[in-house]
Design a protein around this ligand. Structure first.
Ligand SMILES: Nc1nc2c(ncn2[C@@H]2O[C@H](COP(=O)(O)OP(=O)(O)O)[C@@H](O)[C@H]2O)c(=O)[nH]1
Ligand SMILES: [Mg+2]
Length: 321
């Protein structure tokens, strides 16, 4: 049983050694522990420093800065290449409790889960602003709803993947983060997920990913919306179909009611032509949205087939065994 711990980095020369030193060297039930560091085109000495560390088996240096999502995926590919049975992802600023990695991988070792997320208690984190906490909570609710499973901290980077679940991973929706999409993707595959409650170490520097709370909220909202229409298109379009179609139907029935009860039965002009016009327009939009939903659902189904092909390709390629 081989564990590979990967750390995506961007200009982390100051902190990477402490993060690597904190990692466990041996774990019960695991034969070997190795680390992979991904240097996302840093302009400092992250690569050199990481390479000198005894736990580091490989440093993947991206030729230019590509963002955390690409860094994370490069790490997954390298870890699979090294023959990892379990992959743990953690941060270079030693924010996550490395001493709890044995607990994080336990459900995978026991065959109880294929993906484990170390969830922080967001309320307890003092250095998170009010806006960031609200965005976190809301984001976790929406993403949990898309996944059909309760995950209290969907943006945590402290995660363990079985080899099988890692083979399903890909990030297409964001340049900056892999956290939401990987969770939704594995959940949509029915992969068993479990959570582990964790506390975080005090911050040693400010976030490299988000410069301000406003940026965090705007970016997260955009990411979640994109994920929603990527992974749940039918639900989204059904919502709009109902939003337009139901009032449209109501207005048309209103016209018909007066037309029947007045014009046909009593022989007097009923009017209500505005209801008919507006109702027809709204119903047309509703039907159009329904068709869009069906089409996007078909595209979604197609993408799932593509994912499956990629999965089998990974297994058969040198990344697989
Ligand atoms: N590959 C890559 N990693 C990054 C980038 N920005 C941050 N990281 C790494 O992602 C991890 C999380 O970053 P951090 O600033 O701690 O984010 P936070 O914990 O969400 O505030 C750290 O290991 C960073 O070095 C980036 O642009 N590319
Ligand atoms: Mg961090």
């Amino acid at each position: 049983m081989k564990l590979v711990i990967q750390i995506p980095c961007y200009n982390e020369e100051e902190f990477i050694t402490a993060a690597l030193d904190a990692l466990p060297r041996s774990i019960a039930g695991v034969d070997s522990v190795e680390a992979v560091v991904i240097d996302d085109g840093s302009s400092d000495r992250t690569s050199e420093i990481a390479r000198a560390h005894p736990l580091v088996r490989k440093v993947v240096r991206l030729p230019y800065h590509q963002g955390l999502a690409a860094g994370f995926m490069a790490g997954i590919a390298a870890s699979l290449d090294l023959g990892a049975d379990i992959i743990v992802n953690t941060d270079a600023d030693n924010q996550y409790p490395a001493s709890r990695i044995p607990e994080l991988i336990r459900p995978v070792l026991d065959g109880k889960a294929e993906f484990v997320i170390g969830c922080r208690n967001i309320e307890e984190i003092r250095h998170f602003s009010f806006a960031k906490k609200i965005a976190q909570r809301l984001g976790s609710r929406v993403v949990s709803a898309i996944c059909g499973q309760q995950v209290p901290d969907v943006t945590s980077g402290f995660r363990a993947f079985s080899r099988n679940s890692a083979l399903w991973l890909d990030v297409v929706s964001s340049k900056y983060t892999y956290t939401l999409e990987t969770l939704i993707r594995l959940a949509s595959r029915g992969i068993p997920i479990s959570v582990l409650e964790i506390s975080v170490n005090p911050p040693v520097r400010s976030s490299r990913l988000m410069k301000s709370s406003v940026e965090y909220v705007v970016r997260s909202a955009g990411d979640i919306l994109k994920l929603f229409y990527t992974y749940s298109p039918l639900k989204l379009f059904l919502f709009f179909a109902a939003l337009f179609g139901l009032p449209g139907l109501f207005l048309i029935f209103r016209f018909l009611y007066f037309y029947i009860t007045r014009t046909l039965i009593q022989g007097i002009a009923s009017g209500y032509i505005q209801s008919l016009t507006l109702g027809t327009a709204a119903l047309t939009i509703g039907v159009f949205m329904l068709l869009m939903g069906v089409l996007s659902d078909l595209i979604f189904t197609n993408r799932k087939i593509l994912e499956k092909i990629l999965f089998h390709q990974h297994i058969n390629s040198k990344n697989g065994r």
